[in-house]
Design a binder for this molecule. Structure first.
Ligand SMILES: Cc1ncc(COP(=O)(O)O)c(C=O)c1O
Length: 408
């Protein structure tokens, strides 16, 4: 065979390989949207049914009841046709009046979003910031609440799992200190913690909690959930401008009649029924353990590969997403592109100030050891292709395997 035709054949073979490889499932190893299991996809593919039909009423009854289980609350949970940010806005607009003072515990891009929404709504925002990669300090919050400034605060907004850095906050302790030192409402973003770890709305004294479909609930984007305490509902009754579409009163009535105020995302809600059934079958303890195993496999692999972890301590390392600092000389873009092009796996970049400084491996929702092993092996290949030599090929995968065996 002449050299020209050899090269041509090799090229055709490579293209075919790439083509076939790309037909392999795209694996989303990002902290949302997360992979949607086949059982749920099958339900989502069914033709829509009438949203006022008796059949859909039965679906809603089931979903409303199981959402209470997911949030661990005796109170109803509202179902919004909106992404998580819609529910965040609903949380503030329904219980606060322009000019009210709110304290935002900010530790990254998503917790900071509370402050952005509050400003748009004409609220006075006080910030208590934790450095990126660190959780909030309960003592610092207590001191602020006991100060003159603390006395006028109507609500404290916080995040359970900060997706932009990979930190989990001690919500139970933070909520406790608020309840003991103030009358402020406790408002929590549980967008990437629900379905990954324990969250106990009633027991922890949380007044409003919001979450979204495309994370631990293993669904496509499009739904958000809002759990609301009796105290928050009372604050809603004093609210001068609660808005129309997200108005709590309408959703309370909707739930009481096993319906929704407006046309909901019928197909997604049927998918949610299936997702909640699957979540209940695994149980909150089971889901929590699986996410901790996912997290520990990734963290052990990073350490074995001598890649710095952005969040150092296990005590506040997220069960949903792990941030890793790229080694010197290797860019986040090159690592992400290599993994995507050769393995059809997506991992996330850092956000805002952390863009290009960290990459994030999501392990949230329907993610299992097979997915982690595949991702770590791909990461090792790509790092070595890019010239990384601080750890031998296979060090990361062996460490992840060991964690998996130990956790079993
Ligand atoms: C913790 C957290 N809160 C809020 C949001 C915003 O949710 P959405 O993009 O669904 O509006 C996200 C999105 O990733 C998130 O991770």
């Amino acid at each position: 065979m002449c050299l020209m035709s050899f090269r041509y054949n090799k090229l055709v073979q490579l293209n075919m390989e790439l083509d076939l490889n790309m037909k392999a499932d795209l694996k989303l190893m990002i902290p949302g949207p997360t992979p949607v299991p086949e059982e749920i996809l099958e339900v989502l593919a069914r033709p829509p049914i009438g949203h006022r039909s008796p059949e859909f009423k039965e679906v809603l009854k089931d979903v409303y009841s199981n959402l209470q289980w997911a949030f661990q609350t005796q109170r109803p949970v509202y179902l919004y046709t909106a992404s998580g940010t819609g529910a965040m806005e609903a949380a503030l607009v329904n219980v606060l009046n322009p000019g009210d003072e709110v304290l935002v515990l900010s530790c990254g891009v998503f917790s900071q979003r509370w402050a952005e929404i509050a400003k748009e709504l004409g609220l006075q925002v006080h910030l208590q910031e934790a450095p990126a990669g660190q959780p909030h300090d309960v003592g610092k919050l207590e001191t602020l609440l006991k100060s003159e400034q603390g006395k006028t605060i109507k609500a404290v907004c916080m995040i359970h799992n900060e997706t932009s850095t990979g930190v989990i906050n001690p919500v139970e302790e933070l909520a406790k200190v608020i309840r003991e030192n103030s009358d402020a409402l406790v408002i929590v973003d549980t967008v990437t913690s629900l379905g990954a770890t324990h969250f106990k709305m009633d027991e922890w004294g949380v007044d409003i909690a919001v979450s979204g479909s495309q994370k631990g609930f293993m669904l496509p984007p499009g739904l958000s959930f809002l759990a609301v305490s009796e105290r928050a509902l009372q604050a809603h009754q004093q609210c001068s401008n609660p808005g129309y579409y997200f108005n709590f009163t309408k959703y309370e009535k909707g739930i009481a009649g096993a319906t929704t105020p407006y046309t909901p995302a019928v197909s997604l809600i049927r998918g949610l029924q299936k997702a909640l059934e699957m979540m209940k079958a695994e149980g909150i303890d089971g889901t929590t353990q699986r996410h901790l195993r996912n997290r520990d496999m990734v963290r052990a692999a990073a350490r074995a590969m001598a890649l710095p972890l952005f969040v150092e301590a296990e005590a506040y390392a997220s069960p949903s997403v792990t941030s890793i600092v790229p080694p010197e000389g290797l860019s986040v873009d090159a690592i992400r592109a290599g993994i995507k092009e050769q393995f059809n796996i997506t991992i996330a970049n850092g956000q805002k100030d952390l863009t290009g400084k960290i990459f994030r491996i999501g392990h949230l929702g329907a993610i299992f050891p097979r997915d982690i092993l595949m991702t770590i092996a791909s990461l090792e290949v790509v790092c070595h292709q890019l010239g990384y030599s601080k750890a031998p090929l296979g060090a990361g995968i062996a460490a992840a395997q060991e964690v998996m065996i130990r956790h079993a």
